[in-house]
Ligand binder design. Structure first.
Ligand code: AHE
Ligand code: ZN
Ligand code: ZN
Length: 341
């Protein structure tokens, strides 16, 4: 298949809120600096639902959604040196090129190399899509598009992992679990003995909860009721709830960390007094983890049983059942649903 167009199944989002349809799509060979990956397992995250809903200002249709997955490299384009066919990988929506001013700063996990292309649903080298149906292009999503049996990603957006790791589990290390862990470890830098409140107990919130209970006091806070809290993912919390968590920050150094997405036009605000008095208000993307260097490290931690992953998987379905998987997610009794491709 190397160098050839692959026809495979993918779930296509034709327009906002219209059920996804499983289609035969054509996946072009990887170009310079690109990798074609056979996706074996993908999970769903609320951000997929958010973009599907039409509320994402960067949302483009028709597209192939999906960004929390694991698979095996099928082929690589020219100039790709660090990844080979057969490597086990996790696609990463946050790239790490190691060379841009952001990567070199040592201050952030954000990378500037491919973001301008991934934000408009295309590949960097020629600003085109590698996906099509009978010649009609489909947009990429978050540089990952994992709701397809084959996808093409930038080489800077793919983490090579231990081939012994179970792909049907570690696919979760592509988004939700690292976001929760990293919000605590990297962004809030929670110290032993801290008092911490988590708003929302989806996969992201629970991932933070799990590591916090070891060394801190955890309060579970929600505006309405515990039932609501236990059935909502952090990503879906509205901006009013996101805003509220600053009010409980401790004077002097209390820190509020914002995670997840909000619809186009929605904003958060605060009285200057909150910041003048030393409260810190920040956010985190992918928990502050550098993707290519730290996702393999998270996989190793999972293999050593130092972090949990299996516990977040409440449902297993197939790609053909993807609309049902979205329904489950909205019903609330589901943390992560993993689809076998
Ligand atoms: N397109 C959205 C932005 C979406 C967003 O903020 N995404 C998060 C990850 S959500 C994972 O479930 C993120 O890390 N963003 C960093 C980045 O570079 O996109 C919008 O609102 O415009
Ligand atoms: Zn996500
Ligand atoms: Zn970079």
């Amino acid at each position: 298949t190397q160098g050839q167009v692959i026809t495979c199944k993918a779930a296509v989002a034709w327009e906002p809120n219209k059920p996804l349809t499983i289609e035969d799509v054509q996946v072009a060979p990887p170009q310079n600096g690109e990798v074609r990956v056979q996706i074996l397992y993908t999970a769903l995250c609320h951000t997929d639902a958010y973009t599907w809903s039409g509320k994402d200002p960067e949302g483009l249709f028709p597209c192939i959604l999906g960004h929390e997955a694991a698979g095996v490299v099928e082929s690589v384009g020219e100039g790709v040196t660090e990844i080979q066919p057969g490597d086990h990988v996790i696609p990463c929506y946050q790239a790490e090129c190691g060379e841009c001013k952001f990567c070199k700063s040592g201050k952030t996990n954000l990378c500037g190399k491919v973001r301008s292309a991934t934000g408009v649903g295309v590949m960097l080298s020629d600003h085109k899509s590698r996906f099509s149906i009978n010649g009609k292009p489909l947009y990429h999503f978050m540089g990952t598009s994992t709701f397809s049996q084959y996808t093409v990603v930038h080489d800077v957006s793919v983490a090579k992992i231990d081939p012994k790791a179970p792909l049907e589990k570690v696919c979760l290390l592509g988004c939700g679990v690292p976001t929760g862990l990293g919000a605590v470890w990297n962004t809030a830098k929670v110290e032993a003995g801290s008092i911490v409140a988590i708003f929302g107990l989806g996969t992201v919130g629970l991932a933070g909860d799990f590591i916090l209970t070891k060394n801190s006091y955890l309060i579970i806070v929600n505006s309405s009721s515990l039932v609501y809290l236990l059935t909502q993912s952090l990503t879906t919390l509205n901006v009013k709830v996101k805003e509220k968590n600053k009010y409980i920050c401790l004077l002097g150094w209390g820190t509020s960390v914002i995670v997840g997405v909000a619809a186009s036009g929605q904003e958060i605000s605060t009285r200057p007094f909150q910041l003048v008095t030393g409260r810190v208000w920040k956010g985190t993307a992918f928990g502050g983890f550098k993707s290519r260097s730290q996702v393999p490290w998270l996989v190793d931690k999972y293999m050593k049983k130092e972090i949990k992953v299996d516990e977040y998987i409440t449902h297993n379905l197939s790609l053909a059942e993807i609309n049902k998987a979205f329904d489950l997610m909205h019903e609330g009794g589901c943390l992560r649903c993993v689809l076998a491709m």
